[in-house]
Design a protein around this ligand. Structure first.
Ligand SMILES: C[S@@+](CC[C@H](N)C(=O)[O-])C[C@H]1O[C@@H](n2cnc3c(N)ncnc32)[C@H](O)[C@@H]1O
Length: 269
């Protein structure tokens, strides 16, 4: 997979040389190219921003350097990449998005600073590319570079051969399939007892069925405690009779449409 990042802070992307992404690059599984947006400016100060039309505080990134940079980067490879524009006003970046993007051969990231990029850039490239404006959470960061690091790591670990064990993301929180709307439960390693705290007995029972059931119950418990919105949004067809019993213990009951509902939910919401 090829990844291009156009930024005014190329050094911010240095972590892409480290750990899993760094190793994938070294093995040739990922071709990461980081570009300095200012190299497509022509004035002495390498200006990339200007005051906003309509007034107000802050600056807006000028369209000309972005247009020149994107034209050159797009012309440097075969086919058309997906263009990802991080922005708090975008659609949420989810595990489902990460899985879909991991199947693309080429992604170009356009992280902004200031108040964002002149809208006409998004419109212009939206006419010829799949442009996705994505948010990494309901908060505002100073720039899009940290969101790029987040998205690249989430995508890269899904590429075939990048994780040592190909199955290790199958049971992750939000993993497509049985975990799509659930959070993963707690995990343990040796020693069997630490500071008087034993590992749950079932995990050393060697009984695969009981272990799988315990893990599923813990996932339901954790999701119920930390993300009740996910349980409320779950398709009830995905719950078997054991799930339903665990959910009942946690105070959940099927509502008129079959979806699970909890009396305290109304108060929390
Ligand atoms: C200070 S923010 C601009 C926020 C913008 N005024 C707004 O309220 O939507 C500057 C840049 O940081 C990045 N950024 C900030 N928060 C983000 C988030 N939650 N998800 C993705 N990108 C974000 C985007 O690239 C954004 O254009």
């Amino acid at each position: 997979m090829r990844l291009d990042v156009i930024t005014i802070f190329p050094e911010y992307l240095e972590p892409l040389h480290v750990s899993l992404v760094g190793k994938a690059r070294a093995r040739g599984q990922l071709d990461v190219r980081v570009h300095d947006l200012r190299s497509w400016t022509h004035d002495r100060h390498h200006t990339v921003d200007d005051t906003p039309y309509g007034g107000g505080p802050g600056m807006v990134m000028k369209p000309e350097p972005w247009g020149a940079a994107l034209d050159e980067v797009l012309g440097s490879g075969p086919g058309r990449p997906v263009l990802i524009v991080p922005t708090p006003s975008g659609r949420p970046f989810t595990q489902e998005q990460a899985v879909a993007l991991a199947a693309e051969p080429w992604l170009v990231f356009a992280p902004a600073r200031y108040e964002g990029i002149d809208r006409r850039v998004i419109e212009e490239y939206g006419e010829r590319l799949d442009v996705r404006e994505l948010s990494v959470g309901d908060y505002v960061l100073a720039g899009g570079e940290a969101p790029v690091l987040v998205m690249v790591e989430a995508i890269a670990r899904l590429l075939p051969g990048v994780l040592g064990n190909a199955d290790s993301h199958r049971d992750d929180s939000f993993a497509p399939g049985a975990m799509a709307e659930l959070l993963e439960g707690p995990v343990y390693t040796k020693p069997p007892e630490w500071r008087g705290r034993p590992v749950p007995e079932v995990l050393s029972s060697g009984h695969h069925g009981r272990i799988a059931r315990w893990r599923r119950d813990e996932a339901l418990r954790r999701t119920s405690a930390n993300r009740p919105d996910l349980i409320a949004g779950c398709d009830p067809a995905g719950f078997d009779k054991h799930d339903r019993a665990t959910l009942a213990e946690l105070g959940w009951a099927p509502g008129p449409d079959g979806r699970f509902w909890r009396a305290s939910q109304a108060v929390e919401e």
